[in-house]
Design a protein around this ligand. Structure first.
Ligand SMILES: CC(C)(COP(=O)(O)OP(=O)(O)OC[C@H]1O[C@@H](n2cnc3c(N)ncnc32)[C@H](O)[C@@H]1OP(=O)(O)O)[C@@H](O)C(=O)NCCC(=O)NCCS
Length: 156
């Protein structure tokens, strides 16, 4: 039975989201950033024309993963800022569902492009982006303190 749902983040999800973030990344986002986004129920206004969105994949009370993206209306561009799936829920299509949801949201909001940065050595994420139709278009040297980023992009 398909019991996964994609939904806005709730305050009850916060602890699990922070745990996933801390398990996934050497330099995790702060709890305060997640709190701000969650308190706005996944739609945070950064400035006049920039919005940050967050969606959570969940099964009953379990947070499986999440995606966060930005939409900039002045230059009609989207940016994936964060994507993470619990280690024991990977390779089941969750990452792809989250990514597809973000890309659909951006396209429907009128964005013309979407970009993201990924560690050069992060092959599972890079494969996911390629399979979703994104292209490696550039390299940002030492984007992370210890590693280059590869920039992936897609046009809608
Ligand atoms: C990158 C990440 C989000 C991918 O999430 P995921 O849920 O494993 O992604 P998917 O399941 O959609 O795709 C991953 C793999 O599962 C396979 N897969 C997808 N659906 C499947 C299914 N139903 N059955 C078996 N395998 C499946 C895909 O073919 C893919 O193959 P791969 O193992 O060669 O990569 C996850 O690895 C993660 O959270 N990593 C740590 C954080 C991170 O690096 N984030 C990205 C920062 S840029």
């Amino acid at each position: 039975m398909e019991d996964r749902v994609m939904r806005q983040p709730e305050i009850e999800d916060l602890r699990q989201i922070i745990d996933i973030e801390n398990n996934c990344f050497p330099v995790p986002w702060s709890e305060e950033i997640f709190l701000r986004i969650v308190l706005c129920r996944g739609k945070y206004r950064v400035s006049e024309d920039i919005f940050v969105h967050m969606k959570v994949m969940a099964r009953q009370g379990l947070v499986i993963g999440y995606i966060i993206w930005e939409e900039s209306f002045s230059d009609e561009s989207g940016h994936i800022l964060n994507l993470a799936v619990r280690e024991d829920e990977r390779s089941k299509g969750n990452g792809r569902l989250l990514l597809d949801r973000a890309l659909k949201g951006m396209s429907e909001a009128g964005m013309k492009t979407c970009e993201l940065e990924v560690r050069e050595s992060n092959h599972s994420a890079r494969d996911l982006y390629s399979r979703a139709g994104m292209m490696a278009v550039d390299r940002a040297e030492r984007y992370y303190d210890d590693e280059d980023a590869i920039i992936y992009a897609i046009e809608f």
